[in-house]
Write a protein that binds this ligand. Sequence first.
Ligand code: GDP
Ligand code: MG
Length: 224
Amino acid sequence: MVQNWRPIEYKFILLGDSSVGKSSIFKRLLGNSFSKNQISTLGTEKAILNFDDLEIDKNTRQNFKIVLFDTAGQERYRAITKSYFKDSKGIILIYSIDDETSFKHIETWLDSIKESLSDWKRSGYIIMLLGNKLDIAEEDPETRMIMTEEGENICSEKGIYWGGECSAKTFDESQLKEILAKFIKQVYNKLGEEKKDNEKKNQQIVLISNKLNDKKRVKCCTPK
Ligand code: GDP
Ligand code: MG
């Protein structure tokens, strides 16, 4: 069993159309109660969430420190700045299952993310999609505009992680944290794979340069 107690720190950001429930999810994750009249704050809100002793696999446990950012009043696609994305390892993209437009805009958000991240893509990041306001659809199925499968499908089509459907109203802190914990594992595994890939590439470069040196040596030292 590998137990690493020094936390790994990741920056995560919440994105999505205005009113899909980003701030409500943010507040719930901090243990606050749900509020019908969520006041939109100006500027960016930041919170630190600790996930201790997360089981990565049977043999590995790890502590994580998540620095979570909530966008406030910057929800227009082009208004989000590169600095907001900078260094983020996880992007939590949210739509509301009773709001078709917010789902249609997922593609626009993805384009906008790609645009903003193009020059520092190498830093590595992963996106999770969440459908919020599940309680409304449970209460009255007629209000559901987006089927669960549509959420799943866009994820496999775009190669992003499906976090499922949730409700900032009826899910408690631990249920929302469970969704986040799964995402943290995804991020950790992806970054781990990238690290391994880079190590492999570096090894190959060393091997190639060794071979070149060998050739040179052979050339220089072979008696004519
Ligand atoms: P944001 O603009 O994406 O940050 O959305 P807010 O968190 O400010 O929420 C917008 C409105 O939707 C508020 O009136 C919230 O009370 C409401 N809301 C957010 N999440 C849920 C949810 O899961 N269920 C229900 N019924 N209402 C929600
Ligand atoms: Mg908000």
